[in-house]
Design a protein around this ligand. Structure first.
Ligand SMILES: C[S@@+](CC[C@H](N)C(=O)[O-])C[C@H]1O[C@@H](n2cnc3c(N)ncnc32)[C@H](O)[C@@H]1O
Length: 274
């Protein structure tokens, strides 16, 4: 994937108004598609994620305008809400970050959710191999008033930022092949040992993530944690309607996470001891 980097800076500073953002998102995507078209595309998209996962590697999830709109309007907000709850539950907002890497950012909502929980929002670096995703992520960051860069690139090729940094991979690790996943784990482990915070979020499904228990063991070894979650979060009306119309059920948001929080780097702890 050719790498292309673009900077974003929100006009008025961070705002975590999910409702206002969702309204703007809906207006953006319903300009060109009707509710029925988005619902049909959502059914096709969810069947790709559940039954035809083999096609995900070739980018099938984002191949049509309808699927892209369904992804942006349905999964984007759901991932924002779930990641925000997880960040709160594991206390990730308490660890200051200068940069937050959102690996496989999609429309950028998961990274925005974490960034908005910090007292001082970090610069978000949103990386995705899809150019459509990075341009949506730019819109998301701007809408939430966040600073950042978006890069169209393979997430395995991006350089590691200097600490204090956070790494997020939400619903992304299961799209990598075995070799890609193994090399990402090596990099994340090194980053965590160097003081980075790392958060992985995935659906609860043994079938799509047979690697989960090995990754959980690796995170525990680093002093981190592995959790399964269920949250009851009120959804905007359009999300509820899409959920029902597509035969899905997100009255309860579920997911699982791996998290290791930043620790002081060796030089920082040396400074503190003096
Ligand atoms: C299911 S989406 C999740 C998006 C986002 N993290 C969220 O939570 O909504 C997975 C994303 O990972 C991206 N992706 C998968 N493999 C990638 C790779 N090797 N490099 C960069 N992006 C990748 C896909 O393009 C897609 O946007």
């Amino acid at each position: 994937v050719p790498s292309l980097s673009v900077s974003v800076s929100g006009p008025e500073g961070p705002t975590d108004d999910f409702g206002a953002w969702f309204e703007a998102l809906e207006a953006r995507h319903r300009q060109s598609l009707t509710f029925a078209e988005i619902r049909r595309a959502l059914q096709a998209l969810s069947s790709l994620y559940v039954e035809r996962r083999g096609r995900l590697g070739a980018g099938a999830a984002l191949e049509s305008a309808g699927k892209r709109a369904a992804f942006a309007l349905y999964y984007g907000p759901l991932h924002f809400l779930l990641v925000r709850e997880i960040v709160r539950a594991v206390g990730a907002g308490a660890h200051p970050l200068a940069r937050l890497l959102d690996l496989g950012c999609g429309t950028g909502t998961a990274g925005a959710a974490w960034a908005l929980e910090l007292e001082k929002a970090p610069c978000v670096e949103a990386i995705d191999r899809s150019g459509w995703a990075t341009s949506e992520a730019r819109w998301t960051l701007r809408a939430f008033g966040l600073r950042g860069d978006t890069s169209r690139a393979d997430l395995l090729s991006v350089p590691c930022p200097r600490p204090p940094a956070g790494y997020l991979a939400a619903f992304t690790v299961n799209e990598l092949d075995d070799a890609g996943r193994a090399s990402l784990l090596v990099r994340l482990r090194e980053a965590a040992k160097g003081g980075a915070s790392v958060l992985i979020v995935e659906p609860i499904s043994r079938r799509i993530a047979p690697w989960w228990s090995a990754w959980s063991a690796a995170f525990r070894e680093l002093g981190g944690r592995a959790d399964e979650w269920r949250f009851r979060v009120p959804l905007p009306e359009t999300l509820r309607l899409l959920d029902r119309a597509a035969g899905l059920d997100h009255r309860e948001l579920r997911g699982r996470s791996l998290y290791v929080g930043s620790r002081p780097t060796p030089s920082a702890s040396a400074t503190r001891l003096m």
